[in-house]
Design a protein around this ligand. Sequence first.
Ligand code: PLP
Length: 398
Amino acid sequence: SYHLADRLSNLKPSPTLKLASRAREMKANGIDVRDFTGGEPDFDTPEPIKDAAIAALKSGFTKYTAVGGIPELKSAIIEKFERDQGIVYKPSEIVVSSGAKHSLFQIFQALVNPGDHVLLPTPAWVSYPDQILLNGGVVIGVPCLPSDGFRLRPQALLEAITPRSRVLVLNSPNNPSGAIIPKEDLLRIAEIVKKHNLIVISDEIYEKIVFDGQETSSIASLVPEIRDRTVIVNGVSKTYAMTGWRIGYAAGPAPIIEAVETIQSQTASNPTSIAQKAAVVAIRSGEIYFKPMLAEYTRRRAMLLESLNAIDGIRMSPPDGAFYAFPDVSGLLGKRFGDMEIRTVTDLSEFFLAEARVALVPGSAFGSDHHMRMSFATSPENLEEGVRRLKEACALLT
Ligand code: PLP
């Protein structure tokens, strides 16, 4: 057998990507599976964004670029932060990477020493714990309760802090719960961050996907001292339906950004040249491309609220943001399908895949044993059929 490094012993493949690949395999075998695992907009990348990449390609913009991103893209990002969030950054405070996931990994590399504690409000996106572990960090979960709409309560943060806590991860709107941290709570969290000398990684990738006129604020924009303790992460994947282009970015204090750039210079060199040109057009576009997508997500959210809540044993609360339903399915746990007992959300997800041919992610992947995640970044037809199948399957449980 091959000798693999010890750091792999605790690492697991992304559960969402793994489930998606199982669904793809079933499809390849001729089984009609409806897949709701992905956090990937079903929309195509808007044409003018694609055109920018084509033009870049044709003009020979096909070489290495500056490590941290081309100046034009950094300018577009700086304009965006100022326009949308009122935060002023210099080019030395911005680094562009190959997706927000890549940005995050490099930030953990730059900030986490072996044994350092990283505070992670939970439920949380699947990649944070593994990225932290891969960098020798220890994950300290901060429970966010369904009864609080999964919002991070400042008091819960305070109770979770340890002497070795160095970093706090915020993700608002949250994947999987959709929770948005209200401004007044962010202000209290900022006080705690200052008092305990923490650095905040604020993952704002779902910033634009918010419902019912809700507002999101970045902790970095609230109090001046906190700006210099925060690294904001964002990207074009979700807002502009550009998951395959792999462009994400980070903004924060120059020493941290420089460290990230050094890591990037030794690992990736630079994000793809033509994708950077496309990202310039996306980020400069304001609301024209994403507004119609948001309107569509809003319709789908309403549709799921009605149809999922019509299934016995499933209770969905309206998410504030992002494009996931995260219903409570505890009403189905403990039921039986023939000889099989559905004890956990993992059992339930297996049951749904086998009997309903519907792929949902068990909440346990995010740290929640009573919920399932269903992405609504997929067509209404798919959603309708998926819910119909779920309802039928649930009726088989006794
Ligand atoms: N952060 C969160 C919370 C996400 O849900 C995702 C994608 O699923 C990412 C980051 C990564 O996005 P990107 O495609 O830019 O790597």
